[in-house]
Design a protein. Structure first.
Ligand code: SRM
Ligand code: SF4
Length: 548
């Protein structure tokens, strides 16, 4: 299990940026401002903020507490906010997609949206003066962005094919929704969980291919049989942070689906009540487990639950390679299909979002699903509608169901276009580079390439075949945007994290490095090779084609 150190320069930059540890006292400055006023209290102040405008809002309210309502002030684009939603199990109706489209549409070129690495949606370009109206619309449609940032539980991820595939072990849709409702007080906000020591990630896998990256979450449920009963083994403490990248470890506990919500609540309460709050860089759940040992942690969860937990099942049921769900597939419901669309780097614009909502309504049941690879699925399309569906211009021109192996698994975090932590530009660069590589190379199998703009690792380079992590490097005496390269991440069955294999490669020199990695490690061939005729001079050197 790799435990990775970053260079002191990068760590220092991060500690400054996150103002990690307060000088004296035993809590950091984040703990102090949380104690002064709960982020959820800002629900009552949003109308006022809308009146006074972004510049007049108290800095801590604007830059930090508003994240409790899902509003992220973007220093990179002054005056504009990003809004992070909740999408339990990554499932949303077309009506929600239409609301998102309407929200970002009003910002013209500055408005867009992203599908995130937690099967979720983020909206961009938001002005504070519009927020009361946007919240009213969310309320009307049963949508929420509450408690999605800072020291809260992030979007609860589940199997994207929940309820659709014949080989499914547990349908995670209702479970993810129930956990979300518990955490957020049915979307209104729940003060019980608004002051955790740090962020917290929960994933529930119901399928055989670990489609949620269970091992990277603070708390994850993995399908496992005990005798003839299907339930979940529990793993805890997974996390990526600039100081440490670590997989979750077994809690040695097995629960039935009916117990999932109660266990989530108990684990969160133990974390809230006992988690470490002195050093913000060491506040994630794994640090509490380090301090107590997993046995004591389990006992405390049992105390909180009021009963003991059954020991884990001997083996879990994750025994498939990970799928990306792109393409056309039969559902378990006779005559119905789901289609996975490839959304390059997860970026969406208003006109495309309206179109996604429309095709989901016209051909499917109006449902849309998101994946942690930042793609989307349209389920419940009858056989009879499939031919027409596949001819839709959106699939021909933008979101193909048959992407090239080079670009198929491309994932990217937000990067410097919108994120103040970023050390490099990611999404646009990743896209430009993959297009150039795609033009040059063919690959026998897809290669999972993940970009992340800084060591926070939102783009999860540690799970990729090739991961790129933004850093600063030097070239010709100048500081330049650069990337560390990770390799060997494995997803699906036997998932494990990769390792950093190269450091500080200037971004402008990345193309030949990536090209070589693809050729040497993944069997890439130059596209021209099938038509390639060696020039005479080269052929002569090889001793072929000689006149003699
Ligand atoms: Fe992340 C902070 C974007 C998934 C680890 N992450 C941020 C912020 C909020 C920083 C900021 O305020 O600018 C980024 C917002 C940028 C923006 O404008 O979009 C941000 N994180 C993202 C997203 C959007 C990346 C993406 O393009 O998909 C993902 C949103 C998921 C969601 O819907 O909630 C996202 N972030 C992740 C993941 C991946 C995951 O959850 O599987 C990780 C690593 C796993 C983990 O958390 O252990 C991740 N983000 C971080 C960290 C490092 C946490 C730590 O313990 O140090 C930070 C910084 C922090 O919390 O201090 C961070
Ligand atoms: Fe921002 Fe990407 Fe860094 Fe996350 S990894 S904080 S999105 S630059």
């Amino acid at each position: 299990m790799p435990e990775v150190e970053n260079s002191p320069a990068v760590i220092n930059k991060f500690e400054n940026m996150t103002s990690a540890t307060a000088p004296a006292k035993n809590v950091n400055k984040f703990e102090r401002f949380k104690a002064e006023k709960d982020g959820l209290a800002l629900k009552d102040e949003v109308d006022y903020f809308a009146k006074i405008g972004w510049e007049a809002i108290d800095e801590i309210d604007r830059d930090a507490r508003l994240k409790w309502l899902g509003l992220f002030y973007r220093t990179v684009t002054p005056g504009k906010f990003m809004m992070r939603m909740r999408t339990a199990n990554g499932i949303l109706p077309s009506s929600h997609m239409r609301v998102y489209a309407e929200v970002v549409q009003r910002y013209g070129d500055e408005g867009n949206a992203d599908i995130t690495t937690r099967q979720n949606m983020q909206l961009r370009g938001i002005r504070i003066e519009d927020v009361p109206d946007i919240f009213r619309r969310f309320h009307q449609y049963g949508m929420t962005s509450v408690q999605t940032g800072m020291d809260n539980v992030r979007n609860v991820t589940g199997s994207p094919l929940a309820g659709l595939e014949a080989d499914e072990l547990i349908d995670t849709q209702g479970l993810c929704r129930a956990v979300q409702d518990m955490i957020t007080g049915m979307g209104k906000g729940n003060p019980q969980f608004t002051n955790l020591p740090r962020k917290f990630n929960i994933a529930i896998a119901g399928c055989r291919d670990n489609s949620v990256h269970a091992e990277t979450n603070d708390l994850a449920f993995i399908p496992a049989y005990k005798e003839d009963q299907i339930g979940f083994n529990i793993i805890v403490g997974g996390m990526f942070s600039p100081k440490r990248y670590v997989e979750a470890i077994p809690l040695n506990a097995w629960v039935t689906p009916e117990d999932v919500v109660a266990v989530c609540e108990a684990v969160l309460l133990v974390f809230r009540n006992h988690g470490l709050r002195a050093n913000r860089q060491k506040s994630r759940l794994m640090y509490l487990i380090d301090e107590w040992g997993v046995e004591k942690f389990r006992e405390e969860v049992e105390k909180q639950l009021g009963h003991s937990l059954e020991p884990a099942a001997e083996k879990d049921e994750v025994n498939w390679d990970k799928r990306d769900h792109i393409g056309l597939f039969k559902q378990k419901q006779p005559g119905l299909n789901y289609v996975g669309l490839h959304v390059p780097i997860g970026r969406l614009y208003a006109n495309e979002m309206f179109e996604i909502a429309r095709i989901a309504d016209v051909y499917g049941s109006g449902e849309i699903r998101l994946t942690v690879e930042q793609n989307l699925l349209i389920p419940n399309i009858p056989d009879s509608r499939m031919e027409a569906f596949l001819k839709e211009p959106l699939l021909q021109e933008r979101f193909t169901i048959n992407p090239d192996n080079v670009s198929r698994w491309l994932v990217s975090c937000t990067g410097s276009q919108f994120c103040g932590f970023a050390l490099i530009e990611t999404k646009n660069r990743a896209l430009a580079m993959i297009k150039a590589l795609e033009a040059e190379l063919t690959l026998p199998e897809p290669v999972r390439i993940h970009w992340t703009g800084c060591p926070n690792s939102c783009g999860q380079p540690q799970v990729a075949d090739i991961g790129l992590m933004g850093t600063k490097g030097r070239k010709n005496g100048q500081v330049v945007e650069a990337a560390d390269i990770w390799m060997g991440g494995k997803v699906g069955k036997d998932a494990h994290l990769g390792e950093r294999v190269m450091q500080g490669i200037p971004c402008e020199d990345l193309m030949p490095v990536l090209r070589n990695l693809l050729i040497e490690n993944f069997g890439a061939q130059p596209r021209q090779s099938e038509y390639y005729k060696p020039p005479i001079a080269m052929a002569e050197i090889d001793g072929e084609n000689s006149d003699e």
